[in-house]
Design a binder for this molecule. Sequence first.
Ligand code: 4NP
Length: 156
Amino acid sequence: MERYKILFVCLGNICRSPAAQGVMQRMIDERGLTDRFYLDSAGTYGGHAGELPDRRMRVHAQQRGYTLTHRSRRVTGQDFEDFDLIVAMDASNRYNLENMAATVDETQKIVMMGDYIRHYQHYDHIPDPYYEGAEGFELVLNLLEDACEELLSQLV
Ligand code: 4NP
């Protein structure tokens, strides 16, 4: 069976989207669904290409048992063909992705992570933690754990 391919996208691909990938991968593995999904992440801005996730993101993720080893890369046009679902962290990411999509089919692959948040009702997106303190990174992980749970439940 072909794996269902999900691409998580933020701005720099060093905070939110690699964390989303790590959270979702563990959820998939814990449920014995490893063979059914392929996950990756990318950024609309390529300035951090090749880098590991931001140290602060790695530290906060590691405290919850997520080891983030993804290397940052920029989103490409090919991603819109290769992936089944492209998950934007905020409205700016979605806007940039929509401008890259070549067809209606490709545009329809773009969804908002915020639409899957269930328990944190005051949030409709995953806020950029880059200029925030520790609480910003904890919030990102709380929101991602909540939203990934709902996203996965809708896919299986
Ligand atoms: P991310 O966070 O989009 O969650 O990876 C950011 C990373 C880098 C920058 C902004 C946000 N930056 O401006 O370099």
